[in-house]
Write a protein that binds this ligand. Structure first.
Ligand code: AMP
Ligand code: GLY
Length: 413
């Protein structure tokens, strides 16, 4: 099978590695990939869904696996609908579960999926009225895709009004912020659950915990995620039963609403006494993928094929007992301003049982350079988080680049 993976982050590096290990894979391409995906794929640079369509046809690609949300929300699955090439991912309509917070909240309400109470507004005037029904802190979310930056937790009315002004008057997110969701603030601990969607049926992978804040002890700004481990210690038998019921409700909703895609549904949970759904994404998570896929014993390509024909079952997925943890090396200044193009050394000197996924790197002659905010995911499997932490942090010392920065508390319980 000839496979094309779309994306250029750590998630895609992990997807490419896992697909390359399948004996069903005969040739692997990644667009646009990074210095890491080059280890198992040929990198190609395709800049639009139309270019991906043309390349796939010209090169007899059998399967396209889409990493990021943007091509899905722009309708890549719909574009390939009448071709023989299969695309693993949500169609445009289903991608609204990620692309519109209002759409996702309406879906959850309609299908009785536990989530934070909310109201949707379209103007400052509506917003001023709506916030009277909430106590502080209040969560304000731009409706559309804002690269993970659209959510603000406001402690005072002044904070709320400032954010309303940014959204509705300064239009910092343009159209994506012209509809806004106001939510009740939920307390608890977060956990991520990635599920295969097989024509509307949900087949869960293993749970994970993502660290979103840039600094230790969850201080500083929200990022795309700077550390992660799998499984989440919160997933005990009781919680698993609760989550099964939630998955049933979501699956029922997907089928009733004609959202029976084949791809991935990422469910973000807030877990306190009960589990509540914070958000949906219609793709693999990053960095969740870097800790979930190394634990998958079964063949990813087979799971994708079965998901596409609607036959995937839980028994098809086999998981290692070992835990997995990753620490992300970032460029100092991320998630704000940072420099790129710094030479990275030492990746090849890490221990044999350490795996370094590339988030944003590029090759320049014989050198590997930093090429973004998140740079490398230093990852290992092991029997306890303490054991893995020791290994990972010891090996991080062997990797150098001028702007290297990382959290020291990933997996510290
Ligand atoms: P979202 O993109 O909706 O997942 O929001 C991004 C982050 O904001 C989440 O991962 C949470 O840390 C936080 N967040 C979102 N909604 C809420 C909520 N209702 N209560 C508390 N925190 C929230
Ligand atoms: N780790 C969060 C995300 O992928 O959106």
């Amino acid at each position: 099978m000839k496979v094309l993976v779309i994306g250029n982050g750590g998630r895609e590096d992990a997807i490419c590695k896992k697909i390359s290990e399948s004996n069903k894979c005969t040739e692997l391409f990644c667009s646009k990939g990074n210095a890491g995906t080059l280890r198992y794929a040929e990198n190609v640079e395709l800049n639009s869904n139309e270019e991906i369509f043309r390349f796939s046809n010209d090169n007899n690609i059998d399967l396209v696996v889409v990493g990021p949300e943007a091509p899905l929300c722009e309708g890549i699955v719909d574009l390939f609908k009448d071709s023989n090439i299969k695309v693993f991912g949500a169609d445009k309509k289903s991608a609204r579960l990620e692309g519109s917070k209002d759409f996702a909240k309406k879906f959850m309400k309609k299908y009785d999926v536990p989530t934070a109470r909310y109201e949707t507004i379209k103007s400052i005037e509506e917003g001023k009225k709506a916030i009277e029904n909430f106590s502080y802190p209040i969560v304000i979310k731009a409706d559309g895709l804002c690269a993970g930056k659209g959510v603000r937790i406001c402690n005072t009315k002044e904070d709320v009004l400032d954010y309303f002004k940014e959204l509705f008057e300064d239009k910092i997110f343009g159209k994506e912020g012209s509809t806004v969701v106001i939510e009740e603030f939920l307390r608890g601990k977060e956990a991520s659950l990635l599920c295969f969607v097989s024509k509307g049926n949900l087949i869960p992978m293993e749970s994970a915990r993502d660290y979103k804040r840039i600094f230790d002890n969850d201080e500083g700004e929200n990022t795309g995620g700077v550390g992660c481990y799998s499984p989440s210690e919160l997933f005990n038998e009781e919680l698993k039963l609760q989550i099964e019921k939630i998955l049933e409700k979501i699956s029922n909703g997907l089928k009733k609403e004609n959202l029976e895609y084949s791809g991935v549904l990422f469910i973000g949970f807030m877990i306190d006494e009960d589990a509540k759904v914070l958000e949906f994404n219609v793709r693999f998570g990053d960095p969740e993928t870097e800790v979930v896929l190394p634990r998958m014993e079964s063949d990813l390509l087979l799971a994708i094929e079965k998901s596409l024909d609607g036959s995937l079952e839980r028994e098809d997925l086999k998981w290692k007992k070992e835990k997995c943890l990753t620490v992300i090396l970032t460029s100092r200044g991320y998630p704000k301003n940072y420099e790129k193009g710094k030479e990275i050394s030492g990746i090849d000197s890490v221990d044999k049982d350490i795996y370094v996924y590339h988030n944003n790197t590029k090759v320049n002659g014989s050198k590997i350079l930093t090429d973004g905010g998140r740079v490398l995911s230093v990852t290992a499997l092991g029997n306890s988080y303490d054991e893995i932490r020791e290994k990972v942090y010891r090996n991080i010392e062997k990797i150098s680049f001028e702007t290297k920065q990382y959290r020291k508390d990933i997996g510290k319980m």
